[in-house]
Write a protein that binds this ligand. Sequence first.
Ligand SMILES: [Zn+2]
Length: 526
Amino acid sequence: MTRIPGWKGRAFFFSCLVVAPFLKFLARNQTGVLHPEIAAAILWLVLVCVVLSALARKGWVFYGLTGLCIVFVASYPLASLAQPVVPLSLWLSAVLVALGTGMAMWGMRERFFPVMAVFALSGVVIEAAAHLPKNAAAESVTAGSGGHVLWLVLDEQIGLAGFPDYPECSSARAALQAVLDRYNFTSFPYAFSNYSDTIDSVPSVINSRLLRYPQELIVKAGTGNLRHYRVPANRLFSEFASRGYHVVGYQHGSLRECDAAFASADCRQYEDHLGWLYRAPGGWTERFRWLVGTYQAGDPLLGRIKGFFPFRFGLKITGPLALSGLWPNQLASDILAEPRRSLVFAHLLTPHSPYLFRRDGSIRPLEEWSGDRADERVDPQRYEARYRRYCEQSEYTASQLGSLLEKLDRRGMLQGMTVVVHGDHGSRIRRSLGLPGDSQVMPDVFDYAGPPTLRDLEDRFSTLLAVKQPGAQAPACNLEKHGLLTFLSRAVFGREPADGVDAADRVYLVNHSAQLQPIDILKYWR
Ligand SMILES: [Zn+2]
């Protein structure tokens, strides 16, 4: 194993391992390549290849470094590929890749490198071809059977009575109320979620019961640090399936409440495409951090060596941008075309952070919203600024909801439908409590030294709820104060909440012993 190529040849082979995976990532995300931040990222990686080639002048170093790069690049993709058939741990997958690479190098000697190059580069071509932008599907003209149940979860949508008193928020509240009233919904302004994070609240709602401990009804599905979750049990789906409904579930790739275990459901995923970032004006450096951070977070093993970059950026989520291909037009077309009587469940990451949409649907410059996150408390100025942007986004979401309902109504389908719209927790924009270290506290953590303020409880738990019954002739407003489980049990299923009204009308935060600590929110919310 001594005959090795010159430095240009070595740099080329390294680039097949270091640059090609990044090109595949760009193709998957439909970013295009003619942007300064992408050129900068590729240049960095090419520089790394040149450095590696300079280090690998000796045969055994070249073979060794190549093998190491292959282990970092190929282990996670192998584990993901094998997942449906044989669940492999990341480390077992790395051992298999190392063994396979060693054997191939031994058997093929210097022929190994051209074969590897062809393999890596054809992967880029295949990825690019698979993710060419497609034209949006034309709106269907086949009217379905009607009588559907449409169940929309608007992630992070605060309740009508929970909006704070900033002008943008009063405007959002009025817009949301107007849409609900126009289509004869009963609204529940004082509804609140039982939990302040998605991974507890949504599984609890779809299983119609409270949790005994945090994350009881959810399973972490991704390898490493990726936040991928699935919800194995889904009472909502089984109840409707048992009544003869076809079940369709729309979800973000990171949280699967429509699970493969639920065999009769038609699960449809929407994913983030970073290409949508280019709809936001803004400087290239911010976009560079976003691209590289997302790339580094996408592969737990490659992430350990920062994806071959010399710096690390955190993962950011694009929130409502991920919905661009689905909400609201595609969803409306799908419902109109649905031939069977269906429960259509959609968990929508809007008005979820980041707060990037203005009320007219235009996108703010990236710099304004790229720092938005839920795991912190902020000072009063930032609290107000975030709420003003959040409320504009919420108003835009209301107009999208209006547009969906209008499409269904125009085809005469809405009248016979049941429509449930709810949030999964509050806005989670939280003001600093003035306690040491409170800037970095997750929204589900019990961090009160004394009695909580009502405003803080509203920020965490006040959440949207509105229900339109089939044939409803007039809007209504229910001014009672209850948890989501109480209201949904009564308004949709005609029963009392499984855990009793007292327990279902409390809110829960995780205390220092990792247990759910109840708070009697009604004591504060009078
Ligand atoms: Zn949520």
